[in-house]
Design a protein around this ligand. Structure first.
Ligand SMILES: [Mn+2]
Length: 331
């Protein structure tokens, strides 16, 4: 399948590359890494995302060239001959960046999520890697593009984000090897780690303070919610949870952490994390979302109260009988 992807890219003249809404460090990193590779190949291209690049990733080379929303992302996009989707489990996650003018074009789907719906003309999915960044690294090698420090930095940003700094269980050894390759090419791991984990604006901390005020522990589920009012009061301009769900996921007494986020359009975004042994990806998929066994999410067309009740019920049902894996157990 990768060979087919390489062929599509080689044959293309103008490429539109899109990553998912509410972009994380792997979305932005893999988008920019592939962008640099296309530039080295002399391919005209546009890098797009429906939501703005989070501030902590603007240190990545080329990030200012990413075309973003809110609102319509593209205009007059008729001249493209190939669309590439990166780090995206389904078509809806491309959001407003995948507009009607692109719908007739071949679509290459490059992703590592278990819940990928194979929505592309070509679907290169690999659930054996931790990040889309690693898939782009393979692509860079297959395309014969020399790996330079710019590409390496962007792709390492993806790996570090999706492995949470090499801390998630079952980080494949090949992921560690890919990281080493990127470091040998000039990417600085401390620089990436600092930007991904050690930087947050006051608006994030303010939001945590407000959200933690309504914290609940319900059985083995810890949850909290972020309202529109909280975001306004903290001048928090993004649609995410500022990483709160990862923090809640560290609670000893909980197996599942959930943050309910009231979006500007009134819908509710649900972020879920779970301990190894407990799977939240199936629940997310059932509710129209997707993700990984230990990190998944969805967006619901209902108010906060209704969304919360529905999700809590579904998670309790789905995780019944599942138990936290202990470190001595064979993984
Ligand atoms: Mn990813």
């Amino acid at each position: 399948v990768k060979e087919a992807v390489v062929r599509f890219i080689r044959d293309a003249r103008r490429v539109m590359v899109i990553t998912h809404v509410s972009p994380d460090g792997d979305a932005i990193g893999s988008l920019l890494g592939l962008g640099w590779a296309l530039r080295r190949l002399g391919k005209e291209h546009t890098l797009a995302c429906a939501d703005p690049v989070p501030k902590r990733f603007t240190y990545l080379p080329g990030s200012e060239a990413i075309v973003t929303g809110p609102g319509p992302v593209l205009s007059g996009s008729g001249e493209y001959d190939l669309v590439i989707s990166l780090d995206c489990a389904d078509l809806q996650r491309l959001g407003a960046a995948y507009d009607e003018s692109l719908a007739g074009l071949p679509l290459v789907n490059i992703d590592h999520h278990v819940t990928n719906t194979h929505f592309g003309t070509v679907n290169w999915t690999d659930t054996g890697v931790a990040s889309a960044g690693e898939m782009v690294l393979e692509l860079v090698e297959s395309l014969g593009v020399p790996l330079d420090a710019d590409i390496a930095l962007c792709l390492l940003n993806g790996i570090v984000t999706d492995t949470r700094g090499f801390r998630i269980p079952n980080t494949p050894l090949r992921t560690m090897r890919a990281a080493l390759t990127l470091m040998e090419a000039g990417a600085q791991l401390p620089e990436v780690t600092d930007h991904v984990f050690n930087r947050r604006p006051f608006s994030d901390v303010c939001l945590w303070a407000k959200a933690l005020g309504g914290l609940r522990l319900d059985g083995r589920i810890i949850w909290s919610q972020i309202t529109r009012t909280m975001r306004q009061e903290c001048a928090f301009s993004e649609n995410g949870d500022a990483g709160l769900v990862n923090f809640l996921g560290t609670t000893d007494e909980a197996d599942v952490a959930i943050v309910f986020i009231e979006k500007d359009d009134g819908r509710v975004k649900v972020e879920m994390r779970s301990v190894p042994g407990v799977d939240v990806s199936a629940v997310a998929l059932n509710l129209g979302g997707g993700g990984h066994p230990q990190a998944a999410g969805c967006t619901l067309d209902s108010d906060l109260d209704e969304a919360r009740e529905r999700v809590l019920r579904a998670v309790k049902e789905a995780t019944k009988g599942q138990v936290r894996k202990s470190w001595s157990a064979e993984s």
